[in-house]
Design a protein around this ligand. Structure first.
Ligand SMILES: Cc1ncc(COP(=O)(O)O)c(C=O)c1O
Length: 461
């Protein structure tokens, strides 16, 4: 291993890294990124990488976008900060709320802002509880999410997340948060079961939980249209249709977590449109500002708003708000981001280049390491297996995915392993030439991984 740079040593001694093996980090140090242009980022040695995951699924307009920088600069000069407490507002918060009400794929009466996806889902939980208290249904409080769903890391949104590492030893999940089955057909489909039958079974699992807990105690269901951090898992055929029937039958609020899918990723403005969902509310973050400034938001449906009004009459105030709720610089950047999406017809661009992106993924299906390829729009993944026939995954202790990411980095590609899935989710502005370049690197990393797995004999059970 190369000796650590001065920056790396300083990092190790001062910075805690999320989702990182902190022990291993002390030995290998960080990859320090210093600049970005278009779909490329550059490390502290000047080496160039394609940002294959758009940072964390978020830098949709790529790096170095002057218009976004200017929008932020202008607002910083004009009014760098104001808040919304106690009847104050700012012009851009109003303009952005109007714009989002028009865009979101559900009936939205109002918009409530925050600074991240975790906070957005936290607010969804709080408001679901608040709503049911307002309606005099204090028992209706349980919220169901899915195993492998990802909804954030705060105490409440981390509870929604269905990944063991987010819960273990953090004493999560909290009370009233439950998890239903993960609808990944390739991984969890039974022998001989069709995709449609699998969806029926997923719906039955959910109904069993609802009936076991009592429908009067179940308040909401939250789902990503495409499960992102759980491994880029697409809904199986008929899945959401069947789930939505149950939600309607048992009067359960449906929250679509559009934090990754929102703003063009799946080839429509929202994943909700791609998969024909009918949510009561959506959670937004990430691409809302192309990640140039932290911002999250949720839509508030009319009956929730009416309940909030009643609560204000009763309690005297809406007792929630962040210092940075509707931060004016965030609002300025979001408005400019959305203006660019519309002006540059970013959704059309995604639809134009997505077939090339998905075709390169599809070509990987025959690779000896790849069990399943999957994706939609400009998001996709290849699931690595030790045995293609039995679908047996590699033993996690061999760190095959970690090794793949290192090989990819060597070839100039930044991507992520999510469990056994090697994901790509590039900036939406990527062109076909860059898609080819990205997949050439990805294939080289797969070839290196295959050679290493064979040499180390890691296929043996
Ligand atoms: C679907 C989804 N929801 C919520 C979150 C949490 O967002 P944040 O990291 O901004 O708190 C994420 C983050 O990746 C996400 O993918």
């Amino acid at each position: 291993m190369a000796p650590l740079s001065n920056l790396a040593v300083r990092d190790i001694e001062t910075v805690i890294h999320p989702y990182t093996n902190l022990q291993r980090h002390r030995e290998m140090g960080p990859l320090v990124l210093e600049e970005g242009r278009g779909v490329y980022v550059f490390d502290s040695d000047g080496k160039r990488y394609i940002e294959g995951l758009a940072g964390l699924w978020c830098t949709s307009l790529g790096y170095g976008n002057r218009e976004l920088v200017e929008a932020a600069t202008l607002q910083m000069q004009r009014l760098p900060y104001t808040h919304l407490f106690g009847h104050k507002s700012n012009d851009l918060a109003i303009e952005l709320s109007e714009k989002l009400k028009e865009l979101v794929p559900c009936e939205a009466s109002k918009i409530l802002f925050c600074s991240s996806g975790s906070e957005a889902n936290d607010m969804q939980i709080k408001l679901t509880w608040y709503y049911n208290n307002a309606l005099g249904r204090p028992e209706k409080k349980k919220i169901i999410s899915r195993i492998k769903g990802y909804h954030g890391v705060t105490v409440a949104s981390g509870s929604l997340t269905g990944l063991p590492t987010v819960h273990t030893d953090f004493d999560l999940p909290i009370k009233n948060i439950l998890h239903t089955s993960c609808p990944h057909f390739y991984r969890f489909g039974a022998a001989g079961e069709t995709e449609e039958q699998f969806s029926d079974r997923m719906a039955r699992d959910l109904e069993e939980i609802i009936l076991r807990e009592g429908p009067d105690t179940v308040a909401a269901f939250i789902a990503e249209p495409v499960m992102g951090a759980g491994g880029v898992i697409l809904p199986p055929k008929g899945y959401f249709e069947k789930i939505e029937k149950l939600l309607e039958r048992y009067d359960i609020r449906f929250i679509a977590d559009e934090v990754i899918c929102g703003f063009g990723r799946t080839g429509n403005w929202f994943g909700t449109e791609t998969f024909k969902l009918n949510p009561d509310s959506v959670s937004l973050a990430k691409a809302i500002t192309s990640a140039y400034f932290p911002l999250g938001a949720i839509s508030i449906e009319e009956d929730l708003y009416q309940a909030m009004l009643e609560q204000s009459k009763k309690i005297g105030t809406f007792g929630h708000g962040y210092t940075y709720t509707a931060h004016p610089v965030a609002a300025a950047v979001a408005l400019k981001t959305i203006e660019i999406y519309e002006r540059d017809r970013i959704v059309d661009h995604v639809r134009k280049v997505a077939p090339a992106f998905q075709a390169r993924f599809a070509k990987l299906a025959d690779h000896p390491l790849v069990g399943e390829v999957r994706g939609v729009g400009l998001i996709g993944a290849a699931e690595m297996v030790a045995d293609k026939k039995t679908r047996r995954p590699f033993d996690p202790k061999h760190l095959v995915g970690f090794q793949f990411v290192q090989f990819a980095q060597k070839h100039g590609l930044i991507c992520r392993m999510l469990g056994d899935a090697a994901a790509l989710c590039p900036p939406l502005v990527i062109d076909e030439g860059e898609i080819d370049e990205m997949f050439d690197m990805y294939e080289r990393a797969l070839a290196d991984t295959e050679a290493w797995v064979t040499k180390e004999g890691l296929r043996n059970p």
